[in-house]
Design a protein around this ligand. Structure first.
Ligand code: PEP
Length: 251
């Protein structure tokens, strides 16, 4: 039985004051006990959030981490060992904004994935196609290739300690959401791809959907058999909306 997860990606949003307000809102929420809840603040605010949500069942993750596990000469980066020491449990790997805007390749992302796991962080591997790729009928090919890159490098068993987020690029921050059936079709294909190598890993790994999820559409998406929760961007900046999405995952 997979425990649903709802994760809030705050991206590059926030100030000390707005983060304090968001923490207060999250602390006041009645969160469903059956759902794993996580937030991914900008790195600068990780300490503030770890301290602020203490005693609440909210895990904290990082939006990025370095290609090497330990501290060292790598200007501007943060080692996964440092994130773990700061109280992070999870890290996003391969968000489309990092693949597309920063230009992170599968090879770099594989190194980040392995470094994170070496430090006990759970990677949330993000995969997804652009609108152009969807319209060309290449969705499963693109998503399959992004996933295969990790499987070929490290074996499918690494997904026993990871989460996968399917995030169609055309649905991120656009207000366009994949229909529950469109999302389910991709999630099913991802699970089948993993099952071909290891059915147990495939049955247990959480597959999150991300792309303009809101309280209004969450229940329908999370009701699909292979969707185990969501990775939430914009809507996670509003504690009440985020709380409602978490409750939708618990139903
Ligand atoms: C995201 O950035 O991971 C995301 C899903 O964003 P949004 O919910 O705003 O589309």
């Amino acid at each position: 039985m997979r425990r649903p997860m709802v994760a809030g990606n705050w991206k590059m949003h926030g100030t000390r004051a707005s983060v304090a307000e968001l923490i207060k809102g999250l602390s006041d929420l009645a969160l469903p006990s059956g759902v794993e809840v996580a937030v991914f603040p900008p790195a600068l605010y990780i300490n503030q959030v770890v301290d602020g949500v203490q005693g609440k069942a909210i895990a904290v993750g990082a939006q990025n981490s370095a290609v090497q596990p330990e501290q060292g000469a790598l200007t501007g980066e943060i080692a996964p060992s440092q994130l773990a020491e700061a109280g992070c449990e999870l890290v996003l790997i391969g968000h489309s904004e990092r693949r597309q805007i920063i230009g992170e390749s599968d090879e770099v992302l594989n190194r980040k994935f392995a470094a994170a796991q070496a430090c006990g962080l759970k990677p949330v591997l993000c995969v997804g196609e652009t609108l152009e790729e969807r319209e060309a009928g290449k969705t499963l090919e693109i998503v399959g290739r992004q996933l295969d890159s990790v499987i070929e490098a490290f074996g499918v068993e690494v997904f026993a300690q990871a989460v996968i987020a399917y995030e169609p690029v055309w649905a991120i921050g656009t207000g366009l959401t994949a229909s529950p059936q469109q999302a389910q079709d991709v999630h099913k294909a991802i699970r089948e791809q993993l099952a071909a190598k290891n059915p147990e890993v495939a049955a247990n790994v959480r597959l999150l959907y991300g792309g303009s999820v809101k309280a209004a559409n969450a229940a329908e998406l999370f009701g699909m058999p292979d969707i185990d929760g969501g990775l939430i961007g914009g809507a996670s900046l509003n504690a009440d909306e985020f709380g409602a999405i978490c409750r939708a995952a618990g139903n």
